[in-house]
Design a protein around this ligand. Structure first.
Ligand code: AMP
Length: 182
């Protein structure tokens, strides 16, 4: 595994149904910064995305955002980032986020988060990239998705060898330990 300097974080543009998601996201932003890791994310100031950036910046971390111009009004560009790249499409956002990151973590989120995490899985599957991807299974958030992937595997649609394309952990500490980051 090559050295991990920046971690791409996929997470909701919403706050979720209760405060636990904000608390989790603040912890992740802070702990990544404390571990000396840069954060790459979607560049928004709203929802868990904004929470993540605020927490990482407050802890002295570097935060790189990639925001499609068409979403400026909907997601409100974060004004305090280390770097904010404006791009022309959602596809370009994913491309740039993937290029800027050495590894990825999916926090709780919705369709956008899932789209992004599956983009990384499929690129890894095709060996276009070889970058670790972790699902942060906070209070079982990704349990059913993991079950679904097991089902797809049992049905012969996901190859056994593709098991290692992602790993699922219940907390950030275990993800960083797996990546040998203390
Ligand atoms: P969500 O998890 O649905 O709240 O979305 C999280 C982030 O993913 C938001 O910044 C969305 O704009 C973004 N997003 C939604 N659809 C896509 C897509 N097709 N490609 C890249 N990003 C997306």
């Amino acid at each position: 595994m090559s050295k991990i300097n920046r971690v791409g974080i996929f997470c909701g543009s919403s706050m979720g149904s209760d405060g636990q998601y904000k608390t989790l996201t603040e912890e992740v932003g802070r702990e990544l910064a404390n571990a000396g890791l840069g954060v790459v994310y979607g560049g928004a100031s709203i929802g868990l995305m904004g929470t993540l950036a605020d927490a990482a910046l407050a802890a002295g971390g570097e935060v790189y955002g990639v925001l499609p111009r068409a979403l400026i009004r909907r997601e409100f560009a974060h004004k305090g980032l280390t770097q904010l790249e404006m791009v022309d499409s959602l596809a370009e956002r994913k491309n740039r986020m993937i290029a800027l990151s050495d590894a990825f973590i999916a926090l709780p989120g919705g369709f956008g988060t899932m789209d992004e995490l599956f983009e990384v899985l499929t690129w890894n599957q095709l060996r276009i990239i070889q970058k670790p991807m972790a699902l942060l299974n906070h209070h079982g958030f990704y349990h059913h998705l993991n079950e679904f992937i097991e089902k797809a595997k049992a049905c012969g649609f996901v190859k056994e060898g593709n098991n290692g394309l992602f790993h699922i952990e219940s907390n950030l500490k275990d993800i960083l330990a797996r990546w040998k980051i203390s």
